[in-house]
Write a protein that binds this ligand. Structure first.
Ligand code: ADP
Ligand code: NI
Length: 213
């Protein structure tokens, strides 16, 4: 691994090592690994993809109460390592616009590098890990696991999306939609299996909820 990336990895480990909503350092490492897989078939700037993958959650308001300070910490670290301003701008263009909630009403045209990081992040939101992270997140933020009388919400904007729902509804409000929103062919392919895992899980969950043996 190039020396700069090792320093960024150390920084992220320090920042997110103790995160407990499902956006911890292990999520970051899975996103980096998925991004590396997607990179094999895309003519993209590898360094930009990996730096953005490492940093994409550090200043997110889900993991910090002071996003502005975290943003400054990221900029400080990138300057210290020796990255120039145009590169830093490209990193923020990705991490500021890649989230699901930011793209609910207006689709932002990400760079190819941004599309790869977005796909990698979204792959880690679905499948078996996606199921686990979603329940973990729901517990962390005090969400109800399931309530058959609460319908999944539709046509959400960012602020509505951020309000509490139920964990099961999150599958219908976001997770099951991600498969069709993947940017790259590699991610589309990987998403197919993960979608089947979630659908099978939801079927089993409903059967057991309804008392079927
Ligand atoms: P983004 O960062 O792309 O806007 P989210 O805010 O949906 O994405 O957060 C990422 C992950 O956190 C989701 O894939 C899911 O696992 C979990 N999560 C987010 N919101 C909820 C929610 N309301 N209930 C349960 N899990 C959630
Ligand atoms: Ni993420």
């Amino acid at each position: 691994m190039i020396r700069e990336l090792r320093r960024i990895q150390d920084f992220v480990k320090q920042e997110l090592g103790y995160e407990t909503s499902g956006h911890d350092y292990t999520h970051i490492m899975r996103v980096v690994s998925l991004a590396q897989t997607i990179l094999k078939t895309e003519p993209a700037d590898e360094q930009l993809v990996l730096v953005a993958a490492y940093l994409h959650d550090v200043s997110d308001d889900k993991v910090t109460t002071n996003p502005a300070a975290k943003r400054q910490a990221i900029i400080g670290k990138l300057i210290e390592i020796g990255y120039d301003q145009p590169f830093i701008n490209q990193v923020f263009d990705i991490i500021d616009h890649m989230s699901f909630s930011d793209n609910l009403k207006h689709h932002y045209q990400l760079s190819l590098e941004g599309q790869i990081v977005q796909d990698a992040d979204r792959l880690d939101a679905i499948g078996a890990i996606g199921i686990a992270r979603t329940f973990y997140f729901g517990g962390h933020f005090g969400e109800t696991m399931y309530n058959p009388h609460v319908m999944p919400r539709t046509n959400l904007d960012k602020s509505e999306y951020r309000k509490r729902g139920t964990v099961i509804n999150h599958f219908y409000e976001k997770l099951l939609k991600l498969k069709d929103q993947m940017n790259t062919p590699t991610a589309k392919k990987l998403a197919e299996h993960r979608q089947q895992v979630m659908l099978a899980f939801l079927n089993e969950f409903m059967d057991e909820w309804n008392g079927q043996a």
